[in-house]
Structure formats: C-alpha cells, structure tokens
Design a protein. Structure first.
Length: 230
C-alpha cells in the first residue's frame, strides 16, 4: 500500500522569520539607546567653586596695607541676572551668538549667587584684613561697612574667555554717604569647561580685591571717589 506524500504547513515558520526580520532594526535601536543612556549616566558630575585658593589671597598686594584697627564688613546677597541663578554652569558657544547651554554635569558647589557672595566676602576679608560680621561678632557701636553687589553681566564663552561686569554700593553704618562704583574685567579661558571655571574664579578674585581696595581708600578718606580699575 503506497503512502501519500505528506506536506508540512510552513506558514508558521515563514511568519516567524518575517517577524524576526522586521523586529531586528527595532531591537538594534533599543539596544543602541540603552548603551547611550548607560554611557551618559556613567559620566560623573563635576563641581567647581568660585573661592580662590588661599595662596592667591596670601600673595595679594592688598595684604601689606591691612589696617591696624579691625574693619567690619557685611556683604549682602548678590543680585544677578535670573538666567544665572542656578547651580549649573551657563556657557555660550561663541561671544556673538544668542544661544546658551546649561551644563547639567558641570555645576558650582552651591547655587551661583551663593558661591559668588561667599567668594567675594572671603576675598574682601583676606585682602583687606577685614572681619565678616555674618560669621563673627562685633561690639556694639563699632561701625560696619555694608556692601551691596550687583553682577550686571557675566558671560562664559567656551574656549575663549570669561567677561564680568560688577556694580557695588559701599556705605559705612555710622555715615550717611554711599558710594556707587562699577568694575568690569575679562579673563582668558582657553581649554574647555575646567578653564572656564578657573577664569570665573580669577575674575571673582579680582572683583573682591577691587572692593577691598575701595574700602581701604574710604577708611583713609571718607570723601574718596571710586578707584580706577587695577
């Protein structure tokens, strides 16, 4: 008895092969996205400070003229543009462009306004031989220099420079006169984000030195005018 030839239905295998072929690009895309996310997550955050190293303050020429009597200073919170009021670094790709980048993985160790206030206060104290009344007590009746600083402009241009423009008001607590001064400066910053952070640190240090010099000038002559930029 002859057997009839058997025929296997291959539609299931064909469907599986078609599904496998069509899903392969999608699988590759998913794997690529996962690898990219892993690579991004593996990049460590970097933190920076505006506070100058002690050696910078120690070598400042202002220290040689430190006053014999203690000078008390009180630095108010720094006013600055809203775009800078964040811990992330804000940079421009070029000086002429309008586009800025907020760098999530390159941050200041605190919010920028707090970093700036602390660095300026520490710089004024170190350079002028002053005492920060927000961190040390003073006797009743001792006058204090009240310092209000405004950061008018701050541009960090990657692989180029850091530009800053400050304004400040100085007034002694026992005198009615207030002196309004302006200072601006620029620091080269060629060499990536780390170089930008160091440029910002240097320009903040120079601003602190200018404030300290101005306070010393007013201590010697209450009618003194704003000093020229050094």
């Amino acid at each position: 008895m002859n057997r009839l030839p058997s025929f296997r239905d291959s539609s299931g295998d064909t469907s599986r092969a078609a599904f496998s072929a069509s899903s392969r690009p999608r699988l590759v895309a998913v794997v690529a996205a996962a690898l990219l996310a892993t690579a991004c997550a593996s990049q460590p955050d970097r933190y920076y400070t505006l506070a100058a190293p002690p050696s910078v303050s120690a070598s400042s020429p202002s220290n040689s003229a430190a006053p014999a009597a203690p000078v008390f200073v009180e630095l108010a919170p720094v006013a600055l543009p809203e775009r800078l009021a964040r811990p992330q670094m804000v940079v421009r790709d070029n000086a002429a462009g309008a586009q800025v980048r907020i760098l999530e993985q390159h941050r200041w160790s605190a919010s920028f306004e707090k970093e700036l206030r602390d660095a300026l206060a520490a710089g004024v104290v170190a350079r002028g031989g002053a005492i920060d009344v927000t961190k040390a007590a003073r006797q009743n009746g001792q006058p204090v220099w009240r310092v209000a600083v405004q950061l008018r402009d701050f541009d960090a241009v990657e692989n180029s420079r850091v530009d800053a423009s400050f304004g400040w008001t100085l007034r002694r607590s026992d005198a009615p006169r207030a002196l309004h001064c302006h200072w601006q400066g620029s620091e080269a910053a060629i060499g990536g984000i780390d170089s930008l952070a160091l440029g910002a640190q240097r320009i903040t240090s120079r601003a602190a030195e200018a404030i300290a010099r101005q306070i010393a000038s007013l201590q010697a002559d209450p009618a003194a005018a704003c000093l020229p930029a050094a």
